[in-house]
Design a protein around this ligand. Structure first.
Ligand code: 5AD
Ligand code: SF4
Length: 463
């Protein structure tokens, strides 16, 4: 009988990717993935450590999983519980002290050893948070066609992991370790497999992806733009994205790729965190607000329609009203199409955790609300500007209502269309007719020649 595994990933896109790779590894061990926790023989929580709230969530979820484990034990069924990801890395054995029901704690660098670790944790609880010398990626199985298909026409592909930047608030350099770039040919092999299984859009991911410096096929070190160029040549891959980046690694060659590489989508997620030079310095970001504006100016010069996205932290230690006003000014000047924003969260072990001038919770809440309201205005304005325009969407899946299909614009906006005659994986020309809070609504008017219907060579005019 096949065993069932339930995997829940928290946090960033790299965890989504890691969760899928865990499913791939475990498939070789006879596990099929399930979306129902109560029927799972193995439950994996793939955790996030970036903010305190994310960690709290894991512990409360573990309490619920334990109840299911107990209930299933009453029916004579065994349930094993694994904590993976960044909380596993950071807290190690502490997790099993707080929650005895956990069988195995495995860090992000060791999950390729899951089958072996699961076998060894049969008789005793186990913790593996090593940074092993062998290459995790080299030990992972290739993506399986059926599982890839089931995951859809867009996929993440990790090309770089870890971070050497040491921003004063951030745990990533400690949980994910030093920057490591995968070799170009390994990435190409994985990307080709994904494309063969029907993936049309690839997002190259890394904690600091624009610092990518992997070994190229010529033995030299390749930067991200060159990797993008190579991946763009894979038949079937019609859209490319990359995330997430640091402003200081946004060099001119990568910016030029936004002009020269047609499949590189006009969307850039470039976290700035704050608009105040004093706070940026205290954060150890090593750039100023003016540097950021200059970079964005260059990007917009080569790609005027680019959609910008960013991350913000409010209430970093020492942040004054004037500092916050600088951030709001930067937001108004840049006009982001979307953004993520957070209250500063003290992370033990990071430099900013010990700062004495912590900002009160009340001030953080007030600033976050003001900042999010402004970001939302800009997001809505960006979406409203699409109404009446024609664009192309990549159809991803069934839409909200019967008969609808959902796709994304090059700018990563969600669009619903009447899907009759179309299927996921096609690039469709649409006219945007209207907008709601989180979606655009469009009318399909053509199928692009490099969509899946390329074989028919027909452009349908449905207008
Ligand atoms: N507190 C709040 N937000 C944080 N981030 C990282 N560390 C913290 C922290 N300690 C945010 C940053 C980063 C995003 C992934 O999470 O904005 O870009
Ligand atoms: Fe964290 Fe800064 Fe590295 Fe981003 S660049 S992962 S915020 S240390």
């Amino acid at each position: 009988m096949t065993k069932k595994v339930f995997i829940k990933s928290y946090g960033c896109q790299m965890n989504v990717y890691d969760g899928q790779r865990m499913a791939d590894v475990l498939a070789g061990d006879g596990y099929a993935e399930t979306s129902r926790q109560d029927e799972a023989d193995l439950v994996i929580l793939n955790t996030c450590h970036i903010r305190e709230k994310a960690v709290d969530k894991v512990y409360s979820e573990l309490g619920r999983v334990r109840e299911i484990k107990t209930a299933r034990a009453g029916q004579g069924l065994e349930t094993r519980i694994v904590v993976a990801g960044c909380v596993a890395q950071a807290e190690g054995a502490e997790i099993q002290r707080r929650q005895h029901a956990v069988d195995l704690v495995v860090g992000p660098q060791s999950y390729h050893r899951l089958p072996d670790l699961l076998a060894r944790s049969r008789n005793r609880r186990l913790v593996d948070t090593e940074f092993p010398v062998e290459d995790k990626f080299g030990a992972l199985p290739e993506p399986d066609r059926a599982r890839t298909l089931a995951r859809g026409v867009t996929a993440f592909l990790t090309v770089q992991e870890g971070c050497d930047k040491f921003c004063a608030f951030c745990v990533v350099p400690y949980t994910r370790g030093a920057e490591l770039s995968r070799p170009v040919e390994r990435i190409m092999a994985e990307a080709r497999k994904l494309a063969e299984a029907g993936v049309r859009e690839l997002t190259l991911i890394g904690q600091n992806v624009n610092a990518y410096h992997g070994e190229g096929p010529d033995g030299r070190t390749w930067p991200l733009w060159k990797l993008l160029e190579r991946v763009a040549g894979i038949p079937g891959i019609v859209r490319l994205r990359y995330t997430t980046s640091h402003p200081n690694d946004m060099d001119d060659d990568l910016i030029a790729a936004h002009r020269d590489q047609p499949s590189l989508m006009p969307y850039l997620h470039l976290p700035v965190q704050s608009g105040s030079d004093a706070i940026l310095a205290a954060m150890n970001r090593k750039h100023t607000g003016a540097d950021y504006r200059r970079i964005i100016g260059k990007v917009r010069a080569v790609r005027p329609d680019i959609a910008l996205s960013s991350d913000f932290i409010v209430g970093f230690p020492g942040e004054t009203d004037a500092d916050f006003a600088d951030t709001m000014r930067l937001i108004d000047d840049m006009r982001f199409a979307s953004a993520y924003s957070f209250k500063y969260s003290i992370r033990p072990g990071t430099p900013a955790a010990d700062a004495r001038d912590q900002v009160s919770e009340a001030v953080k809440s007030e600033r976050l609300a003001a900042l999010q309201a402004r970001l939302e205005e800009h997001r809505q304005a960006f979406n409203a500007a699409m109404v009446g325009r024609s664009t192309e969407i990549l159809l991803e899946r069934k839409g909200r209502e019967a008969g609808q299909l959902t796709g994304k614009t090059p700018y990563l906006q969600t669009v619903q269309i009447d899907g009759s005659g179309f299927e996921p994986g096609e690039i469709v020309g649409v006219k945007i007719l209207s907008q709601s809070t989180n979606s655009l609504f469009g009318r399909a008017d053509s199928v692009k020649a490099d969509g899946r219907r390329a074989d028919s060579g027909v452009t349908t005019d449905r207008a």
